[in-house]
Design a binder for this molecule. Sequence first.
Ligand code: PGA
Length: 248
Amino acid sequence: MRYFIGNWKMFGVPSSLSILKKINNYVKKEKNNKNYKIIITPPYTLIESFSKFFKKKSIMIGSQNCYHKDPFSSDTGSVSSHMVKKLGAQFVIIGHSDNRKEGDTDTILKQKVEFALKNNLKVIFCIGENKMQKQKKQTFQTLKRQIIKVLDKKFTKNNIIVAYEPIWSIGTGKLPQPNDLLKTVKFIKKTLGQVFKSIKPNAVLYGGSVDGYSVNLYKNLQIIDGFLIGGASKSSKKFIDIIKNYYR
Ligand code: PGA
């Protein structure tokens, strides 16, 4: 199974549904459509209406984040996994570098994963090194730490997808060399296998400047189970181009 996940970040109003309708119209006629899942994470404000619209259609809806307390608390402006689940979200992104930058520690992330799984959400757990860690050749140790501090063998392994997103690649157009990416994803899968004491590793996606061009560089890497797409997911044409080029 392949995943094409669109992270809209702070983008979208109710009329932006038209973007997803175009993607849905393309996917329902596309010949490989049984081989992949499309998940879009709009902002909180659109989860309910989009989930209702796409119920039983080819797009699934997720949340971009959730709070580390559950189900309700007195934290102004926060939204829990229980709440997004009730709106129809089936997935939640946890650990995106945007949120780590704003203070999400490993302890907080672990609580988020715990509550998300408890609420039957599937977790898209993001990890990735920054530019300095890359330059100092600390990529593997950074990724290992991010994995073992948060993921735990007591978690439902099958409900966790990992997205490798090198921070230096997000929104910059800079891309890892396919061979480096191959080695890194192998390392991530090995580490996940150690955490979950399992030989069948979790799905691992790549994210960072994915578009119709970059997907061509990576589509022969069978080890990559899909992509987490930021900027290019806000345009139906760009998103469809990714799928088209992947299966061309
Ligand atoms: P990008 O963002 O595709 O715009 O680089 C990816 C992400 O932040 O998830």
